[in-house]
Ligand binder design. Sequence first.
Ligand code: 7TS
Length: 420
Amino acid sequence: MDLTAANESLATSKSRSWDEIRRDFPVLHQTINDHPLAYLDNAASSQMPQQVIDRLVWYHSGEHSNVHRGVHTLSQRATRAYDEAREKVASFINASSSKECIFVSGTTEGINLVAHSYGRKFIGQDDTILVSALEHHSNIVPWQIIGEETGAKIEVIPMDDRGELILDDLDQMLSGSVKLVCVNHVSNALGTINPIEEIIERAHAQDVPVLVDGAQAAPHMAVDVQALDADFYVFSGHKMCAPTGIGVLWGKQKWLDQMQPYQGGGDMILSVTWEGTKYNDLPFKFEAGTPNIAGAIGLGAAVDYLQSIGLDRIARREADLLAIATAALEELSGVFVIGTAREKAAVLSFGVEGVHPHDVGTILDNEGVAIRAGHHCAQPVMDRLGVPATARASFAFYNHEADIEQLVAGLYSVKEIFGV
Ligand code: 7TS
Protein backbone atom coordinates (compact mmCIF):
# COMPACT_ATOMS: atom_id res chain seq x y z
CA MET A 1 0.00 0.00 0.00
CA ASP A 2 1.47 3.40 -0.85
CA LEU A 3 1.40 6.17 1.67
CA THR A 4 -1.32 8.21 0.06
CA ALA A 5 -3.63 5.22 0.13
CA ALA A 6 -2.69 4.56 3.75
CA ASN A 7 -3.48 8.15 4.69
CA GLU A 8 -6.77 8.05 2.83
CA SER A 9 -7.79 4.89 4.59
CA LEU A 10 -6.93 6.50 7.91
CA ALA A 11 -8.83 9.64 7.12
CA THR A 12 -12.05 7.67 6.92
CA SER A 13 -11.47 5.70 10.08
CA LYS A 14 -13.13 8.06 12.60
CA SER A 15 -16.43 6.44 11.82
CA ARG A 16 -15.21 2.86 11.64
CA SER A 17 -16.69 0.24 13.92
CA TRP A 18 -14.58 -1.49 16.56
CA ASP A 19 -14.89 -4.75 14.60
CA GLU A 20 -13.39 -3.06 11.56
CA ILE A 21 -10.65 -1.50 13.65
CA ARG A 22 -9.86 -4.87 15.19
CA ARG A 23 -9.29 -6.27 11.72
CA ASP A 24 -6.37 -3.84 11.29
CA PHE A 25 -4.34 -5.97 13.71
CA PRO A 26 -3.07 -9.08 11.93
CA VAL A 27 -1.53 -10.66 15.02
CA LEU A 28 -4.90 -10.89 16.75
CA HIS A 29 -6.33 -13.21 14.12
CA GLN A 30 -4.63 -16.46 15.04
CA THR A 31 -5.27 -19.41 17.27
CA ILE A 32 -3.12 -20.19 20.28
CA ASN A 33 -3.39 -23.70 21.71
CA ASP A 34 -6.44 -24.29 19.50
CA HIS A 35 -8.28 -21.27 20.86
CA PRO A 36 -8.70 -17.83 19.33
CA LEU A 37 -6.07 -15.52 20.75
CA ALA A 38 -7.47 -13.26 23.46
CA TYR A 39 -4.64 -10.79 23.84
CA LEU A 40 -4.96 -9.15 27.24
CA ASP A 41 -1.35 -8.15 27.89
CA ASN A 42 -1.46 -4.71 26.36
CA ALA A 43 0.13 -3.02 29.36
CA ALA A 44 3.30 -5.01 28.64
CA SER A 45 3.19 -4.33 24.90
CA SER A 46 0.40 -3.49 22.52
CA GLN A 47 0.01 -4.75 18.96
CA MET A 48 0.66 -2.94 15.69
CA PRO A 49 -2.03 -2.26 13.11
CA GLN A 50 -1.36 -2.98 9.44
CA GLN A 51 -1.07 0.78 8.81
CA VAL A 52 1.99 0.98 11.07
CA ILE A 53 3.45 -2.23 9.65
CA ASP A 54 2.96 -0.85 6.11
CA ARG A 55 4.70 2.37 7.07
CA LEU A 56 7.67 0.40 8.39
CA VAL A 57 7.79 -1.74 5.25
CA TRP A 58 7.72 1.41 3.13
CA TYR A 59 10.53 2.96 5.15
CA HIS A 60 12.68 -0.15 4.86
CA SER A 61 11.93 -0.69 1.19
CA GLY A 62 11.94 2.89 -0.07
CA GLU A 63 13.50 5.32 2.38
CA HIS A 64 16.07 3.66 4.61
CA SER A 65 19.22 5.67 5.08
CA ASN A 66 20.94 7.57 7.87
CA VAL A 67 19.48 10.93 8.94
CA HIS A 68 20.85 14.46 9.26
CA ARG A 69 24.04 13.73 7.36
CA GLY A 70 23.53 12.80 3.73
CA VAL A 71 23.02 15.14 0.79
CA HIS A 72 21.67 12.24 -1.21
CA THR A 73 18.00 11.73 -1.84
CA LEU A 74 17.46 8.69 0.35
CA SER A 75 19.01 10.40 3.35
CA GLN A 76 16.83 13.40 2.73
CA ARG A 77 13.75 11.19 2.59
CA ALA A 78 14.68 9.42 5.80
CA THR A 79 15.45 12.74 7.47
CA ARG A 80 12.14 14.24 6.40
CA ALA A 81 10.20 11.23 7.65
CA TYR A 82 12.11 11.19 10.95
CA ASP A 83 11.59 14.92 11.51
CA GLU A 84 7.91 14.63 10.58
CA ALA A 85 7.52 11.87 13.16
CA ARG A 86 8.78 14.25 15.82
CA GLU A 87 6.22 16.86 14.75
CA LYS A 88 3.49 14.23 15.00
CA VAL A 89 4.60 13.24 18.48
CA ALA A 90 4.70 16.90 19.54
CA SER A 91 1.14 17.43 18.35
CA PHE A 92 0.04 14.15 20.00
CA ILE A 93 0.96 15.48 23.45
CA ASN A 94 0.39 19.14 22.56
CA ALA A 95 4.01 20.15 23.16
CA SER A 96 4.63 23.79 22.40
CA SER A 97 7.63 22.80 20.27
CA SER A 98 8.95 19.57 18.77
CA LYS A 99 12.37 20.64 20.09
CA GLU A 100 11.12 19.53 23.47
CA CYS A 101 10.49 15.98 22.24
CA ILE A 102 13.54 13.75 22.47
CA PHE A 103 13.47 10.31 20.91
CA VAL A 104 14.71 7.68 23.34
CA SER A 105 14.47 3.90 23.34
CA GLY A 106 11.51 3.93 25.72
CA THR A 107 10.24 5.15 29.05
CA THR A 108 13.14 3.50 30.82
CA GLU A 109 15.75 5.40 28.84
CA GLY A 110 13.77 8.63 29.13
CA ILE A 111 13.72 8.45 32.92
CA ASN A 112 17.37 7.45 33.07
CA LEU A 113 18.21 10.42 30.87
CA VAL A 114 16.46 12.79 33.27
CA ALA A 115 18.00 11.05 36.28
CA HIS A 116 21.49 11.52 34.91
CA SER A 117 21.18 14.87 33.16
CA TYR A 118 18.82 16.65 35.54
CA GLY A 119 20.04 14.72 38.57
CA ARG A 120 23.71 15.50 38.09
CA LYS A 121 22.94 19.18 37.62
CA PHE A 122 20.28 19.83 40.20
CA ILE A 123 20.37 17.08 42.84
CA GLY A 124 22.93 17.17 45.62
CA GLN A 125 23.81 15.60 48.91
CA ASP A 126 21.16 17.06 51.17
CA ASP A 127 18.35 16.88 48.64
CA THR A 128 15.31 14.67 48.41
CA ILE A 129 13.59 12.98 45.49
CA LEU A 130 9.91 12.25 46.08
CA VAL A 131 8.78 9.05 44.38
CA SER A 132 5.27 7.64 44.54
CA ALA A 133 4.58 4.22 46.05
CA LEU A 134 2.92 3.13 42.81
CA GLU A 135 5.95 3.29 40.54
CA HIS A 136 7.35 0.83 38.05
CA HIS A 137 10.98 -0.07 38.80
CA SER A 138 12.09 2.18 35.98
CA ASN A 139 10.87 5.17 37.99
CA ILE A 140 12.54 3.94 41.17
CA VAL A 141 15.91 2.42 40.36
CA PRO A 142 17.34 5.38 38.37
CA TRP A 143 16.58 7.60 41.36
CA GLN A 144 18.24 5.14 43.72
CA ILE A 145 21.31 5.21 41.49
CA ILE A 146 21.36 9.02 41.56
CA GLY A 147 20.72 8.88 45.29
CA GLU A 148 23.75 6.65 45.77
CA GLU A 149 25.90 8.89 43.60
CA THR A 150 24.89 12.17 45.19
CA GLY A 151 23.83 11.22 48.68
CA ALA A 152 20.30 12.50 48.03
CA LYS A 153 17.56 10.58 49.77
CA ILE A 154 14.34 9.15 48.41
CA GLU A 155 11.03 9.66 50.14
CA VAL A 156 7.91 7.79 49.18
CA ILE A 157 4.45 9.27 48.66
CA PRO A 158 2.35 6.54 50.30
CA MET A 159 -0.65 4.68 48.89
CA ASP A 160 -3.71 3.12 50.49
CA ASP A 161 -5.17 -0.39 50.22
CA ARG A 162 -7.18 0.52 47.13
CA GLY A 163 -4.05 1.62 45.31
CA GLU A 164 -4.67 5.35 45.53
CA LEU A 165 -1.93 7.74 46.54
CA ILE A 166 -2.38 9.40 49.93
CA LEU A 167 -1.74 13.08 49.38
CA ASP A 168 -2.67 14.40 52.83
CA ASP A 169 0.94 15.13 53.78
CA LEU A 170 2.17 16.05 50.32
CA ASP A 171 2.61 19.76 51.01
CA GLN A 172 4.68 18.99 54.06
CA MET A 173 6.71 16.38 52.16
CA LEU A 174 7.37 18.93 49.42
CA SER A 175 8.77 21.54 51.72
CA GLY A 176 12.50 21.69 52.25
CA SER A 177 15.00 20.17 49.93
CA VAL A 178 12.86 18.28 47.41
CA LYS A 179 14.35 18.59 43.93
CA LEU A 180 11.94 16.44 41.91
CA VAL A 181 8.65 14.56 42.21
CA CYS A 182 8.43 11.32 40.18
CA VAL A 183 5.00 9.84 39.64
CA ASN A 184 3.25 7.78 37.02
CA HIS A 185 0.11 9.00 35.30
CA VAL A 186 -1.38 5.50 35.37
CA SER A 187 -0.08 2.58 37.44
CA ASN A 188 0.91 -0.45 35.36
CA ALA A 189 0.33 -2.84 38.26
CA LEU A 190 -3.10 -1.65 39.40
CA GLY A 191 -4.42 0.72 36.75
CA THR A 192 -4.86 3.65 39.15
CA ILE A 193 -5.11 6.98 37.36
CA ASN A 194 -3.17 9.34 39.57
CA PRO A 195 -4.32 12.93 40.10
CA ILE A 196 -1.21 14.32 38.46
CA GLU A 197 -2.77 17.74 37.79
CA GLU A 198 -3.18 18.20 41.53
CA ILE A 199 0.27 16.80 42.31
CA ILE A 200 1.88 19.10 39.74
CA GLU A 201 0.01 22.12 41.03
CA ARG A 202 0.98 21.44 44.63
CA ALA A 203 4.60 20.70 43.69
CA HIS A 204 4.86 23.87 41.63
CA ALA A 205 3.44 25.89 44.52
CA GLN A 206 6.71 25.00 46.23
CA ASP A 207 8.83 25.36 43.07
CA VAL A 208 9.42 21.63 42.73
CA PRO A 209 9.39 20.19 39.20
CA VAL A 210 7.52 16.97 38.37
CA LEU A 211 8.45 14.05 36.13
CA VAL A 212 5.45 12.06 34.94
CA ASP A 213 5.88 8.49 33.73
CA GLY A 214 3.19 8.35 31.07
CA ALA A 215 3.92 4.83 29.79
CA GLN A 216 0.44 3.57 30.72
CA ALA A 217 -1.42 6.80 29.98
CA ALA A 218 -0.29 7.98 26.56
CA PRO A 219 -1.87 4.97 24.79
CA HIS A 220 -5.18 5.32 26.61
CA MET A 221 -6.15 8.98 27.00
CA ALA A 222 -5.54 12.38 25.45
CA VAL A 223 -2.42 13.88 27.02
CA ASP A 224 -1.77 17.62 26.92
CA VAL A 225 1.59 18.39 28.48
CA GLN A 226 0.97 22.13 28.41
CA ALA A 227 -2.37 21.85 30.18
CA LEU A 228 -0.84 19.47 32.73
CA ASP A 229 2.11 21.80 33.15
CA ALA A 230 4.38 18.81 33.86
CA ASP A 231 8.13 19.37 33.65
CA PHE A 232 8.96 16.00 32.08
CA TYR A 233 6.60 13.47 30.50
CA VAL A 234 7.89 10.11 29.28
CA PHE A 235 6.29 7.28 27.30
CA SER A 236 7.05 4.20 25.16
CA GLY A 237 6.05 3.52 21.56
CA HIS A 238 5.52 -0.21 21.95
CA LYS A 239 2.64 0.32 24.35
CA MET A 240 0.82 2.53 21.84
CA CYS A 241 0.78 0.51 18.61
CA ALA A 242 4.34 1.41 17.55
CA PRO A 243 7.41 -0.84 17.39
CA THR A 244 9.71 -1.62 20.30
CA GLY A 245 12.86 0.40 20.92
CA ILE A 246 11.35 3.85 20.56
CA GLY A 247 9.89 6.25 23.07
CA VAL A 248 9.72 9.91 23.89
CA LEU A 249 11.03 12.14 26.61
CA TRP A 250 9.23 15.46 26.56
CA GLY A 251 10.72 18.14 28.77
CA LYS A 252 10.19 21.84 29.23
CA GLN A 253 12.83 23.68 27.29
CA LYS A 254 13.84 25.65 30.37
CA TRP A 255 15.04 22.40 31.96
CA LEU A 256 16.43 20.72 28.85
CA ASP A 257 18.50 23.82 28.05
CA GLN A 258 20.17 23.67 31.44
CA MET A 259 20.83 19.92 31.40
CA GLN A 260 24.06 18.34 30.17
CA PRO A 261 23.79 15.52 27.64
CA TYR A 262 23.75 12.07 29.10
CA GLN A 263 25.55 10.44 26.19
CA GLY A 264 28.12 11.87 23.80
CA GLY A 265 28.61 10.98 20.16
CA GLY A 266 27.62 11.88 16.62
CA ASP A 267 24.71 14.19 15.81
CA MET A 268 24.58 15.75 19.27
CA ILE A 269 27.39 18.23 18.55
CA LEU A 270 27.86 21.52 16.73
CA SER A 271 31.65 21.27 16.73
CA VAL A 272 34.31 19.09 18.28
CA THR A 273 37.95 20.04 18.84
CA TRP A 274 40.58 18.67 21.22
CA GLU A 275 39.88 21.72 23.32
CA GLY A 276 36.25 20.82 23.76
CA THR A 277 32.83 20.26 22.24
CA LYS A 278 29.91 22.56 21.53
CA TYR A 279 26.64 20.72 21.86
CA ASN A 280 23.93 20.79 19.23
CA ASP A 281 20.58 22.49 19.79
CA LEU A 282 17.56 20.72 21.22
CA PRO A 283 16.47 18.03 20.69
CA PHE A 284 19.65 16.72 19.06
CA LYS A 285 21.78 17.49 22.10
CA PHE A 286 20.22 14.43 23.72
CA GLU A 287 20.20 12.13 20.69
CA ALA A 288 23.77 10.90 20.34
CA GLY A 289 24.47 8.42 17.56
CA THR A 290 22.29 7.04 14.80
CA PRO A 291 18.79 7.08 16.22
CA ASN A 292 16.08 4.46 15.86
CA ILE A 293 14.89 5.98 12.60
CA ALA A 294 12.46 3.21 11.69
CA GLY A 295 11.07 3.17 15.21
CA ALA A 296 10.46 6.91 15.22
CA ILE A 297 8.73 6.78 11.84
CA GLY A 298 6.66 3.83 13.07
CA LEU A 299 5.73 5.84 16.16
CA GLY A 300 4.66 8.73 13.93
CA ALA A 301 2.42 6.32 12.02
CA ALA A 302 1.03 4.96 15.29
CA VAL A 303 0.20 8.50 16.40
CA ASP A 304 -1.63 9.06 13.11
CA TYR A 305 -3.49 5.83 13.63
CA LEU A 306 -4.54 6.53 17.22
CA GLN A 307 -5.58 10.08 16.34
CA SER A 308 -7.61 8.81 13.41
CA ILE A 309 -9.73 6.88 15.92
CA GLY A 310 -9.60 9.60 18.55
CA LEU A 311 -8.08 9.29 22.02
CA ASP A 312 -11.35 10.20 23.73
CA ARG A 313 -13.15 7.46 21.82
CA ILE A 314 -10.36 5.03 22.75
CA ALA A 315 -10.60 6.02 26.43
CA ARG A 316 -14.38 5.46 26.45
CA ARG A 317 -14.05 2.08 24.75
CA GLU A 318 -11.41 0.87 27.19
CA ALA A 319 -13.39 2.15 30.18
CA ASP A 320 -16.31 0.02 28.95
CA LEU A 321 -14.11 -3.05 28.55
CA LEU A 322 -12.60 -2.53 32.01
CA ALA A 323 -16.03 -2.13 33.60
CA ILE A 324 -17.38 -5.28 31.92
CA ALA A 325 -14.33 -7.33 32.90
CA THR A 326 -14.31 -6.03 36.48
CA ALA A 327 -17.98 -6.88 36.93
CA ALA A 328 -17.44 -10.35 35.44
CA LEU A 329 -14.53 -11.15 37.75
CA GLU A 330 -16.34 -9.80 40.80
CA GLU A 331 -19.05 -12.36 40.17
CA LEU A 332 -16.63 -15.27 40.21
CA SER A 333 -16.28 -16.84 43.65
CA GLY A 334 -12.66 -17.22 44.73
CA VAL A 335 -11.51 -14.49 42.36
CA PHE A 336 -10.60 -11.10 43.83
CA VAL A 337 -9.68 -7.82 42.19
CA ILE A 338 -6.44 -6.19 43.35
CA GLY A 339 -6.42 -2.42 42.99
CA THR A 340 -9.80 -0.82 43.43
CA ALA A 341 -9.00 2.84 42.91
CA ARG A 342 -11.97 5.00 41.92
CA GLU A 343 -10.24 6.13 38.73
CA LYS A 344 -8.67 3.33 36.73
CA ALA A 345 -7.51 2.81 33.16
CA ALA A 346 -7.23 -0.39 31.13
CA VAL A 347 -5.61 -2.58 33.81
CA LEU A 348 -7.30 -5.29 35.88
CA SER A 349 -5.08 -7.05 38.42
CA PHE A 350 -6.58 -9.97 40.24
CA GLY A 351 -5.91 -13.14 42.18
CA VAL A 352 -7.52 -16.54 42.56
CA GLU A 353 -7.66 -17.84 46.12
CA GLY A 354 -4.91 -20.35 46.82
CA VAL A 355 -3.55 -20.32 43.26
CA HIS A 356 -0.27 -18.72 42.29
CA PRO A 357 -0.72 -16.11 39.55
CA HIS A 358 1.82 -17.95 37.37
CA ASP A 359 -0.44 -21.02 37.41
CA VAL A 360 -3.38 -18.80 36.52
CA GLY A 361 -1.38 -17.38 33.61
CA THR A 362 -0.30 -20.82 32.38
CA ILE A 363 -3.80 -22.28 32.45
CA LEU A 364 -5.21 -19.21 30.70
CA ASP A 365 -2.50 -19.48 28.02
CA ASN A 366 -3.59 -23.07 27.40
CA GLU A 367 -6.93 -21.57 26.48
CA GLY A 368 -5.51 -18.84 24.26
CA VAL A 369 -5.74 -16.04 26.81
CA ALA A 370 -2.59 -13.93 27.16
CA ILE A 371 -2.28 -12.14 30.48
CA ARG A 372 0.74 -11.22 32.56
CA ALA A 373 1.45 -12.81 35.92
CA GLY A 374 4.12 -11.55 38.28
CA HIS A 375 5.17 -8.45 40.13
CA HIS A 376 4.91 -6.32 36.97
CA CYS A 377 8.25 -4.64 37.76
CA ALA A 378 6.50 -2.98 40.69
CA GLN A 379 7.71 -5.00 43.66
CA PRO A 380 7.13 -2.18 46.18
CA VAL A 381 3.46 -2.12 45.12
CA MET A 382 3.21 -5.88 45.72
CA ASP A 383 4.95 -5.50 49.11
CA ARG A 384 2.59 -2.71 50.12
CA LEU A 385 -0.44 -4.86 49.27
CA GLY A 386 1.05 -7.98 50.84
CA VAL A 387 0.90 -10.12 47.71
CA PRO A 388 3.88 -11.72 45.95
CA ALA A 389 2.39 -11.20 42.52
CA THR A 390 -0.87 -10.64 40.67
CA ALA A 391 -2.49 -11.90 37.51
CA ARG A 392 -3.13 -8.93 35.24
CA ALA A 393 -5.45 -8.52 32.28
CA SER A 394 -4.84 -5.28 30.43
CA PHE A 395 -6.93 -3.87 27.64
CA ALA A 396 -6.62 -2.00 24.39
CA PHE A 397 -9.37 -0.53 22.22
CA TYR A 398 -9.06 -3.47 19.79
CA ASN A 399 -10.09 -5.98 22.43
CA HIS A 400 -13.67 -7.13 22.26
CA GLU A 401 -16.14 -8.64 24.68
CA ALA A 402 -15.33 -12.12 23.42
CA ASP A 403 -11.83 -11.69 24.91
CA ILE A 404 -13.41 -11.09 28.31
CA GLU A 405 -15.72 -14.08 27.89
CA GLN A 406 -12.67 -16.20 27.09
CA LEU A 407 -10.88 -14.85 30.18
CA VAL A 408 -13.86 -15.78 32.34
CA ALA A 409 -14.10 -19.25 30.78
CA GLY A 410 -10.38 -19.73 31.45
CA LEU A 411 -10.86 -18.70 35.06
CA TYR A 412 -13.57 -21.34 35.43
CA SER A 413 -10.95 -23.87 34.30
CA VAL A 414 -8.49 -22.52 36.89
CA LYS A 415 -11.16 -22.85 39.58
CA GLU A 416 -12.01 -26.36 38.47
CA ILE A 417 -8.40 -27.57 38.30
CA PHE A 418 -7.57 -26.15 41.74
CA GLY A 419 -10.94 -26.84 43.30
CA VAL A 420 -11.55 -23.19 44.20
N1 7TS B 1 6.68 2.81 33.44
C1 7TS B 1 5.52 2.16 33.45
C2 7TS B 1 4.34 2.73 34.18
C3 7TS B 1 5.42 0.96 32.74
O1 7TS B 1 4.26 0.30 32.73
C4 7TS B 1 6.55 0.44 32.06
C5 7TS B 1 6.53 -0.89 31.38
C6 7TS B 1 7.72 1.19 32.07
C7 7TS B 1 7.75 2.37 32.79
C8 7TS B 1 8.93 0.77 31.31
O2 7TS B 1 8.68 0.90 29.95
P1 7TS B 1 9.72 0.41 28.86
O3 7TS B 1 8.99 0.53 27.58
O4 7TS B 1 10.90 1.31 28.95
O5 7TS B 1 10.07 -1.01 29.22
N2 7TS B 1 5.59 -1.79 31.93
C9 7TS B 1 5.50 -3.10 31.67
C10 7TS B 1 4.47 -3.88 32.21
O6 7TS B 1 3.60 -3.46 32.96
N3 7TS B 1 4.63 -5.14 31.79
O7 7TS B 1 5.70 -5.20 30.99
C11 7TS B 1 6.25 -3.93 30.90
